[in-house]
Design a protein around this ligand. Structure first.
Ligand code: GLA
Length: 347
């Protein structure tokens, strides 16, 4: 508790969730469509006004502090310090924060524990200093903190899902203009999030390589963003050199899958949504090449044991899968998957 560490009562208490992405992978930094949903797991912060940055992370049992304007250090405090740094860049002269942080979001499973910490920090600062920020602005600042201070070139999906998403709804997000629509998730079905037990390997370098491959494809196709292309452009895309043709093909077809998937859910066609999830995994595996054999095996086991759809979720290279399963078949599904893939960790 805040009081045990800092000896006084906190002024405010806020939280923000992690996310799992249902459809639309590696499209957010291409101006495309995504469809994540928040997890019922939160990062919570109790906080008070302060001069400078001081925080205690319950998960690490670590107490750290840093002056405003100090550079990143490659630790968990970077996410908090980055939020203050970015607020200063935007002209909000907040003096600091004293924070007690507790996270239920599993770390390094690709479930956006970092976005949850950033959004929770910004929510805390908004409340402490009455900053005139709406939830979309919070997501934008959180992404800027991660890109410009922490140094990870992520898109905006995770921060938007955490800041704007609602439990029980998919967040249909157009990353080009940040317009959103909440789509109710079907009742009677469970979104199963399963960690492969393989930590993400080389995720950062692989992610950055994919981003620059997309930029190269844009330059060759004469567009400023792959979002400008549609499946009608596939002949042109397929004519690009390897592997740029497959990278761009993934992005363009994945955008279409999000549009089709949202429409399927709105029409109550869950089977169709499941098929699109599987097609997404196949494209991530064969075109975008961000899967690993363990994720493929886990997805296969999930489909074998009754999932309506399953795919890797997040950046790939390890981490988690997401599957849609009928609630009544969930226990049977879990037992079967664990038999075929004993390392599976169910969230
Ligand atoms: C990571 C990034 C997101 C997004 C996904 C891939 O989670 O943080 O912005 O690019 O990878 O869809």
């Amino acid at each position: 508790m805040f009081k045990d560490v800092f000896g006084t009562e906190p002024t405010i208490s806020v939280s923000a969730p992690g996310r799992v992405n249902l459809l639309g992978e590696h499209t957010d930094y291409n101006g495309g469509f995504v469809f994540p949903t928040p997890l019922p797991y939160q990062t919570s912060i109790e906080a008070a006004e302060a001069e400078g940055i001081e925080a205690y992370a319950e998960n690490f049992r670590e107490h750290k502090s840093r002056g405003l304007g100090e550079a990143r250090r490659g630790d968990w405090l970077d996410y908090i310090a980055g939020c203050l740094w970015v607020l200063h860049q935007q002209g909000y002269a907040v003096p600091g924060i004293r924070a007690y942080v507790r996270s239920q979001v599993p770390m390094s499973g690709g479930l956006s524990s970092s976005a949850a910490l950033e959004v929770a920090t910004l929510r805390a600062l908004r409340e402490l200093y009455q900053l005139p920020l709406n939830d979309v602005q919070i997501a934008q600042l959180a992404q800027q903190a991660e890109v410009r201070y922490v140094g990870v070139r992520c898109g905006i999906m995770d921060q938007m899902a955490s800041s704007v998403g609602r439990l029980g709804f998919g967040l249909f997000l157009d990353t080009r203009d940040l317009t959103t629509r909440l789509v109710p998730l079907p009742s009677g079905y469970k979104v199963a999030v399963v960690d492969s037990g393989v930590p993400r390997r080389l995720a950062e370098s692989g992610y950055n390589t994919r981003r620059s491959e997309c930029e190269q494809a844009c330059a060759l196709l004469g567009v400023s963003s792959l979002r400008e292309l549609s499946p009608a452009d596939l002949p042109r895309i397929n004519a690009l050199a390897e592997p740029l043709n497959r990278r761009a093909r993934h992005v363009v077809t994945e955008n279409q899958r999000v549009l089709d998937g949202v429409q399927a859910l709105e029409q109550g066609d869950i089977q169709r949504f499941g098929k699109l999830m599987v097609a997404s995994h196949v494209s991530l595996r064969d075109n975008y090449e961000v899967s690993i054999p363990e994720l493929d095996r886990l997805v296969e086991a999930e489909l074998r044991h009754g999932a309506i759809g399953a795919r890797l979720t997040g950046a790939g290279f390890g981490g988690s899968t997401v599957a849609l399963v009928e609630e009544t078949r969930y226990e049977e599904f879990k037992t079967g998957v664990l038999q075929d893939y004993p390392r599976a960790q169910f969230l």
